[in-house]
Design a binder for this molecule. Sequence first.
Ligand code: FES
Length: 167
Amino acid sequence: MACRAGSLRFLIPKFASCVNRVNPCTVPVLIRKTQYRNSASRLRFSSTVPKPKKEMVQVYFVDRDGDEIEATVEVGESFLTAAIDNDVELEGACEGTLACSTCHLIFKQEDYDKIPEKPTDEELDMLDLAYGLTNTSRLGCQVVITKDMDGLQVQVPTSVVDARDPS
Ligand code: FES
């Protein structure tokens, strides 16, 4: 089969070295592959996985002055993170390492019962040092927000004790 691409090397000297390396008979195949790569039909097939949609809920903090602060929070965040992100005055002095009890929150009984994880011994030890401890107290850094908690209201205690403070 006669190949016209091979004869181009005589017309364009700079092109000749490329032509010598490529089998001129495969050029039509290469062109077809290029056309396929650029075709719109290929764009319909994607291997990228779509990002899961973030689930958001509303929780309400009642601050030390009795004001209610609405917080839109992503499911899976802690109450401490939710408070910080929404400018609620909740210290979280140890940044969630269970060493301070400044993230103490008081839940309503029905909301307290919705919390899937019960407090660990370490959290209970730290809660013993918290100001104004109640039967429905938890540390905000240890409670993860779930979908069931949408609309929940939680109280920030009127005072705070930092368990790391020696005085
Ligand atoms: S932030 Fe210190 S115990 Fe929660």
